[in-house]
Design a protein around this ligand. Structure first.
Ligand code: C5J
Length: 221
């Protein structure tokens, strides 16, 4: 059993029942000149997660533990993108529009893929999702069931959108989630702070929170 000093209380998991899930670390969200920046966001707020996540992922992989990556995006004909999502707001660019990184959030385009620093390695699952949550309209539930996963360590972007939605979905399905505070990011510092507080509030209403550096993968008696 591994135990982690977390908020609001100790988080415990069995290595053979745990997976690291990395949410949407895609060029469209994190690269300077990409979609996220074009919306007026400061991508540095997300990019600060790359180094701690790369370090933690290396330790996790070295222990032989599974990593699952997700990517938010849509089919080229946008048939899996609800009009409400496509038309919402008044952005200068919309999903499917062309950029120098390819069409925004379209599967197969350069910008849709995971950043170079965190590319999946052979054998790791990549779950393509049309929504904010990683369970909606994906194979994630079957994948976790097949591997007997009960605990999820959660990293990625953005904290208050796709990380939150996925953790809430996972919580409702009976998974225990530890959100890695230094490995999740929001474009908005206030949302980052409050987003993490919301997870651990009320006795851990839908999860636990700790920095990745609080985790030692050495077995404790
Ligand atoms: C957003 C995400 N923020 N991955 N996507 O639209 O959080």
């Amino acid at each position: 059993m591994i135990t982690v000093d977390a908020l609001p209380s100790t988080f415990s998991f069995r290595k053979e029942e745990a997976a690291l899930i990395v949410i949407d670390m895609q060029r469209d969200f994190l690269e300077p000149g990409g979609f996220g920046e074009s919306l007026g966001n400061d991508v540095a707020q997300l990019r600060r997660t790359i180094a701690p996540l790369a370090a933690f992922m290396a330790t996790w992989r070295a222990a032989g533990l599974p990593v699952i990556h997700t990517r938010e995006g849509h089919l080229p004909d946008l048939s899996d993108c609800p009009p409400a999502k496509l038309l919402r707001g008044a952005p200068s660019m919309r999903i499917g529009d062309p950029t120098r990184n390819g069409r925004i959030l379209i599967r197969g385009e350069y910008g849709h893929d995971i950043i170079d620093e965190l590319q999946p390695i052979e054998g790791e699952a990549v779950v393509d999702k049309p929504g904010k949550g990683a369970f909606y309209a994906t194979e994630l539930a079957e994948l976790l069931e097949k591997d007997g996963i009960k605990s999820l360590l959660v990293a990625g972007v953005t904290t208050e959108v796709c990380v939150h939605t996925t953790v809430r979905e996972a919580n409702d399905r009976g998974y225990e989630c530890l959100v890695l505070a230094d490995c999740v990011g929001s474009y908005f510092p206030e949302f980052q702070r409050v987003g993490l507080e919301m997870i651990a509030a009320q006795g851990g209403i839908f999860g636990w929170v700790a920095d990745s550096t609080a985790i030692s993968l050495k077995e404790q008696p």
